[in-house]
Design a protein around this ligand. Structure first.
Ligand SMILES: [Zn+2]
Length: 603
């Protein structure tokens, strides 16, 4: 999902949104499949299938019970909070039992009903159209395939998802396979449950691949197409990974993966940058210009932090994941927003950005929230499944990040910097996640209160999480030796989010440079002056570049509107009170300790 400054996932097309609404409305009582055992999946992707953008999938199992076998494909991929109905890309569905053709029909739109007719061993096969460039989906090129297990792997409806499974990939000689799954033989993998199986996406084909030890475990970097991230760009990416991972490991005290794989596709048909997290990998899809941009380490840090926060420590509403219906939760402000806060912390603690960079990123979030209509973190979290159009979509990213920042400051203030939000995250990870369940509201707030020396945060929750009150920045920032100031600064005056087509304008401020140029909602921003717009950090470049320019000087804005590219001519406008953040030179010794604690991760 995307928001100003940070883009996590692509946003679905209108077509998928319609699917989401119809899928969400369906909540039938689910039937239960006959028990099946010894489930093996085979995925075939060779040059001829690649040319047709197809994958062949077969699922073989033995039937242990009586009655029909009901096999389903997921409606969504965890982390991508939208209904996609992967069954829609299935073609040539066929079933054989003990070598004979068996009859089948649809039980519902993502469930197939197979009559076993006494057969002991059944093989279900289909082809899957892999033509969607989205990190939750499947996408084939002539020499490459991305797929997610949710796209291809059937499960028995109504049965426990704790079954182990094996996957074998058949591909061309010389084509490579990479996945977070545990390898067990040549191009053969195993998972101990369906949940793990579908949380480990695959790259198959030709791509660049190397690895390095970080925090005592192997990290692997797989990038497509070959040569897209090479030379200095690859060294930079590795340097960023080596800087952001250790501060994240330090929060929890362990790197929870056997190995971790960063899987990245760069393609010019994709104009934003987004990532989708998994327990031991993540998949980024980026426009080529995003490689090496300031956004890159922020994306990596965000997605990797999710390995703890949401893939392991997760709201009870999504524990366990259910694949046949939406699982809305009011806690995405923790799962996404606080992950975003820790991405900033990992960058500053690891030295990817300096103190000033942290203030810049935080002030951008403060400006965005200030300019969005008030919405509670609970409501914004729940609403993500319906992709609301009132301007509050994804507000739980910046506003949740800022709620985490405020809580961090207040806990450090209450404990004279001996405790912090780090302790809350580690405590919940060690007790709730390792206790085998998801966290609840009482779990969260009691961990916060404990770190804060027993202080109640009920008032904070009711005003700033469940309520819509503006955050009390002047008071809270002072506790951390920081201050918000307002300065005359150039203001483009657009709000955007990044979808798979680019940086989409969602709102324009009256009297701004963008309004003067005639930018409209629905335009995709391509360039401002000579600053290319490849991610949402262009605003910082814009302020830096035009800060000393004269108000009213000409400003060209290039946009894509419908099928055409337009160059609009406007005038540079300044905002008299642009919110900026910096260190307070008059901070107390205690406030300086807290500031250093946040920025350095030290006590
Ligand atoms: Zn995220």
């Amino acid at each position: 999902m995307s928001r100003i400054g940070i883009i996590q996932r692509s946003v679905p097309t209108i077509g998928l949104l319609c699917a989401a609404l119809s899928g969400g409305a369906q909540a039938p009582a689910r039937a239960t499949s006959a028990e099946i055992r010894d489930i093996r999946y085979e995925v075939t992707f060779d040059a001829s299938l690649a040319a047709r953008r197809s994958v062949k999938v077969s699922t073989t199992f033995s039937v242990a019970g009586s009655g029909p076998v009901l096999l389903s494909l997921p409606e969504w991929t965890p982390g991508a909070y939208e209904i996609s109905n992967f069954a829609r890309w299935v073609d040539d569905f066929a079933v054989k039992g003990d070598g004979r053709d068996l009859t089948w029909s649809k039980q519902d739109y993502d469930t197939w009903r197979v009559e076993a007719a006494g057969a002991k061993s059944i093989t279900v096969s289909f082809t899957y159209t892999a033509d969607t460039l989205d990190n939750a989906m499947a996408w084939a090129r002539r020499d490459f395939l991305l797929f997610n297990g949710t796209n291809l792997f059937l499960y028995p409806e109504g049965r426990p998802l704790t079954f182990g499974a094996r996957v074998t990939v058949h591909t061309e000689q010389g084509w490579r396979v990479v996945t977070g799954m545990h390898a067990n033989g040549e191009n053969s993998y195993e998972a101990s449950s369906y949940h793990d199986l579908v949380d480990m996406p695959f790259f198959v084909g030709r791509f660049d691949f190397d690895s390095a030890q970080i925090s005592g475990k192997w990290v692997r970097y797989a990038t497509y197409p070959q040569g897209a991230v090479s030379g200095a760009a690859r060294l930079t990416a590795w340097d960023q990974l080596k800087r952001v991972i250790p501060p994240e490991v330090a929060v929890f005290g362990e790197a929870p993966w056997e190995n971790y794989t960063v899987m990245q596709i760069a393609d010019s048909s994709y104009q934003g940058a987004s990532g989708l997290e998994h327990q031991s990998s993540h998949v980024d899809v980026v426009t080529p210009a995003a490689i090496g941009s300031p956004f890159q380490p922020s994306l990596y840090a965000h997605e990797i932090f999710h390995a703890w926060n949401v893939k392991r420590l997760r709201p009870q509403d999504m524990w366990p994941y259910a694949y046949d219906h939406a699982q809305p939760t009011p806690w995405l402000w923790v799962s996404e927003g606080i992950t975003d806060y820790y991405a900033d912390l990992a960058e500053v603690r690891g030295g990817v950005i300096d103190e000033k960079g942290f203030y810049t990123a935080t002030a951008a979030k403060m400006r965005e929230v200030a300019d969005t209509k008030p919405v509670s973190l609970d409501d914004a979290s729940i609403d993500t499944w319906i992709h609301p159009v009132d301007g509050t979509q994804y507000t739980y990213y910046p506003k949740g990040s800022l709620a985490g920042f405020m809580l961090d400051i207040m806990i450090r203030d209450a404990s004279d910097n001996r405790q912090s939000l780090d302790d809350v995250m580690r405590e919940l990870y060690m007790t709730v996640y390792k206790g085998g369940r998801g966290f609840t509201g009482p779990d969260w707030w009691s961990a916060v209160s404990k770190a804060g020396g027993g202080r109640s945060f009920a008032d904070f929750a009711s005003r700033y999480v469940e309520g819509r009150e503006a955050y009390p920045w002047d008071r809270v920032l002072a506790l951390a030796g920081m201050r918000a100031t307002r300065q005359n600064a150039p203001r483009l005056g657009v709000y955007t989010f990044v979808d798979s087509s680019g940086v989409l304008v969602t709102k324009i401020e009256e009297g701004s440079s963008a309004a003067a140029a005639g930018v409209r909602e629905g335009d995709y921003l391509l360039a401002v002056g000579d600053i290319p717009v490849t991610d949402e950090q262009f605003g910082e470049h814009f302020r830096a570049k035009f800060g000393a320019a004269a108000e009213g000087s000409p400003l060209a804005v290039r946009v894509r509107r419908g099928g055409s590219t337009l160059t609009l001519t406007g005038k540079l406008r300044f905002a008299p009170a642009e919110l900026l953040l910096d260190a307070d030179p008059k901070a107390s010794a205690k406030a300086v300790r807290i500031r250093n604690g946040i920025l350095k991760g030290a006590r």
